[in-house]
Ligand binder design. Sequence first.
Ligand SMILES: Nc1ncnc2c1ncn2[C@@H]1O[C@H](COP(=O)(O)OP(=O)(O)OP(=O)(O)O)[C@@H](O)[C@H]1O
Ligand SMILES: [Mg+2]
Length: 349
Amino acid sequence: MSHNGRPSPRGGHTMTFDEAVTLVRAARTPGDLFGDGQDAVTYRRMARLLHPDAAPAGRTATATAVFALLADLWARHQGRGGPGLRTRRHQYMIGERFATGDLANLYRVRYDNRDALLKLPRQPAQNDLLEREAVALDTLRRLGDPQHRAYAPELVESFRHEDPDTGVRRTANVLAHSPGLVPLTEVRRAYPGGLDPRDAAWIWRRLLVALGWAHRAGVVHGAVLPEHVLIEPEQHGVVLVDWCYSVGGDGGSVPALVARYRDWYPPEVGRRGPATPATDIHLASRCVDWLIGSRADAALTRFIRGCTLANPRRRPQDAWRLLGELDELLERRYGPRRFRRLLLPPTPA
Ligand SMILES: Nc1ncnc2c1ncn2[C@@H]1O[C@H](COP(=O)(O)OP(=O)(O)OP(=O)(O)O)[C@@H](O)[C@H]1O
Ligand SMILES: [Mg+2]
């Protein structure tokens, strides 16, 4: 592919040193230089031109730097299926394992100078759950109010990954990764005696915004659990992750339970009844209840009880409306809202 009239590595004419420098510097991924079946020829031609020993007078430093870039692009290109992974859209450098989830492994990846997470199910039998996640994130992008997009991770792409050795096909999701997010499990670890309700208040409020936003787009999350609620303590941000258990607005049921949290779910999940916004409201309220622990007063305890009633029709149905009610309760109890810094032990980026 020729880049907007710029020289091409595959061009018929004899490439100059300067053209080779420009091309390599402009290449963001190996696919910008290689990929036409003549890769080794292209690489050798450019390597000869850019080799520091062959550089034009006074250009040795440039040649040295650009030759290193070329070598890196070539290594990444060759690493397809090994440490690198190439899809139709992106070339990923795969880093270390980031997390071991319930059904999937997450790996740090880099593409175009961006950080992301590659999520691969350990068993191909779970491919449909990964597909669910991709559909949900896509729906939120298309139908959700863009103002609240940051409440769910951005789906970079979803693709079929074929293991080069075994031929096993897995659905892979690549999710944008922003550093500094902390799951509620960490918050609880930092405050084993219970979090001050005034600190839990912003988490709860943001969580209700996330749910109100998703529900308006017709998506029920289905697994609002401590590992899936990530917070950004400085900015008071909340990101809801793992949309594998989500249900579209079709009256379907939550497809699977996270077994460790069996007791947390409302009864409709266990009996495979329809998942509704009230299902998420129940789970979110359980999370908050668990965070605050014994520090909840009578009014808060009553509020949470109302959100976790067994009968889904008796629970609040609308996260936005519930947010208004929560704000009233908080104001009555604590006065006007004020920013409170939440202190947590430092976490690696
Ligand atoms: N976009 C993200 N940014 C930061 N951390 C994340 C992100 N996505 C997931 N995580 C962390 O990685 C953990 C595992 O991810 P996730 O829950 O999506 O996988 P999983 O539980 O294996 O998925 P499933 O069981 O649905 O297949 C999460 O609990 C969360 O702490
Ligand atoms: Mg999970």
